[in-house]
Design a protein around this ligand. Structure first.
Ligand code: GDP
Length: 444
């Protein structure tokens, strides 16, 4: 997501950063290019105009012209204003104090509502330890209730037993009752969708909201529909009390226009974005991180968060000690490779790291990525335990044996050894800079 905007802005800023001093004409010329980049990313015109006006006003003031690093200063202003445009602070779910908290999911048919319901339920369960009940109120589409039940089994979240012939508000009341009696923390209501926003749909949503008194009413919209997604959100928010928006299919939206205009046009915060069909493909929406990603500063924070989610803390601690003592061997490298796979593969990691976005594209072109991880693992498995513990034992003869064993080439074995050496070196450097925490501080 945001790749093309990111590339365009990168070009504009590279030009600015190369200059010692900036005058008003330079800033205005750059802002014209930024404006075109925003419009090409499908940002709504009034939002783009407003953005440019704000940045220009700050940038032609003393903030930039008197600055020692004018180019950087412009980037910083653009970053600040981008964060503001995206909504400022990240807004998570507000579940209130008295359980069960009701989360009502609304949206058009096919927007990804049911999938997102299961994704959020899974996240509440695994990240926050909540006991969640899901209920489908969609009585229009025959398979809808069944779809949620199947998803519930998949994410191991309870679903309300289906009773044929009940109306949405009846189901909502029954679900609330069940959630109270059985001690659920959160009740998620997946409501019916329609092809368009119409009166019948709105009346049904209002009736359900009145019956269930939701703590959160989240609108699910498809990011691929661009400006239409923003229009749908405007329509919904005018007729019911939405607390937030979830943008799905951000994995397919390279332009990101819906995400960029949503807050400014509708006044509603984006709380999550869907990034794939799988049940774990859901990210919290954090304006400063998104701005960082657009401006190519990488997404270090989300990398760290993802790592802490999937890394076993004890294993990480043990690994850190080994690094410190310079004892990082092939067994450790293998563990690291497995970890990378868990975190979504090399591609996912590279795209989050500063400056590595381009490398990712190259790696993909070369057919590398996850297959490479598997091949590297095969190479390590072809080593004897002794070799794994002391990679310096690997002479030419041994390398040939290992390459044959793993069904690969000596070059590939050398590549792995180089990677091992680089990782050990990088870790030593990180340690010198005050450990991972110091490293993160330096980047952030
Ligand atoms: P509903 O009619 O709004 O309940 O939509 P569904 O939840 O049934 O989703 C419709 C389709 O969109 C399904 O095939 C989902 O797998 C897919 N989908 C949902 N969210 C995402 C997403 O974030 N990315 C991608 N690529 N597909 C998604």
């Amino acid at each position: 997501m945001f790749e093309s905007l990111s590339d365009r802005l990168g070009g504009v800023f590279d030009k600015l950063r190369g200059r010692g001093a900036l005058n008003e004409a330079d800033v205005r010329a750059a802002m014209r290019e930024v404006r075109i980049a925003l419009l090409e990313a499908d940002v709504a015109l009034p939002v783009a105009k407003d953005f440019i006006a704000k940045v220009t006003q700050r940038a032609i003031g003393t903030e930039v012209t008197k600055s020692v690093t004018p180019g950087q200063q412009v980037v910083k202003i653009v970053n600040d204003e981008l964060v503001a445009m995206l909504g400022g602070e990240a807004e998570g779910l507000e579940l209130g104090v008295a359980p069960p908290a009701v989360i009502m999911m609304v949206g058009l048919q096919g927007s990804g509502k049911t999938t997102t319901t299961a994704k959020i339920a899974r996240r509440l369960k695994t990240k926050d330890g909540k006991k969640v009940l899901m209920a489908s109120l969609d009585v229009n589409r025959p398979a809808a209730q069944e779809q949620l039940r199947v998803l519930g089994e998949q994410v191991e979240v309870a679903t309300l037993p289906i009773i044929e012939g009940q109306q949405p508000t009846e189901i909502a009341r029954r679900a609330l009752q069940a959630a109270k009696l059985q001690g659920f923390d959160v009740l998620m209501l997946d409501t019916a969708g329609r092809l368009h926003v119409d009166e019948a749909l709105m009346a049904e949503m209002q009736a359900v909201a009145a019956a269930a008194n939701p703590a959160e009413a989240l609108l699910v919209v498809d990011a691929l529909t661009g400006q239409d997604a923003v229009n749908v959100a405007t329509n919904f928010s005018e007729r019911m009390a939405l607390t937030g928006v979830v943008l799905t299919r951000m994995d397919g939206d390279a332009r990101g226009g819906a995400a960029l205009s949503m807050r400014a046009v509708t006044g509603k915060p984006i709380k999550f974005v869907g990034t794939g069909e799988k049940v774990d493909a859901l990210d919290a929406f954090d304006p400063s991180r998104v701005a960082g990603r657009i401006l190519g500063m990488g997404d270090v924070v989300s990398l760290v968060e993802k790592a802490s989610e999937s890394v076993d803390a004890d294993a990480a601690e043990a690994m850190a000690k080994k690094f410190a003592k310079g004892q990082f061997d092939m067994n450790d490298l293998r563990q690291q490779l497995a970890q990378m796979q868990k975190m979504g593969g090399m591609g996912a990691m590279m795209s989050m790291m500063p400056g590595l976005g381009k490398m990712k594209a190259q790696a993909e072109k070369a057919g590398a990525d996850d297959k490479l991880l598997k091949r590297m693992e095969a190479i390590i498995l072809s080593m004897t335990p002794k070799e794994r513990g002391r990679p310096q034992l690997l002479n030419a003869k041994r390398k040939i044996r290992i390459a044959n064993g793993a069904g690969t080439t000596v070059q590939e074995v050398n590549r792995l050894l180089k990677m091992h050496k680089e990782m050990s070196g990088a870790m030593k450097k990180i340690k010198k800079m005050g450990g991972l925490k110091g490293f993160a501080k330096m980047l952030g």
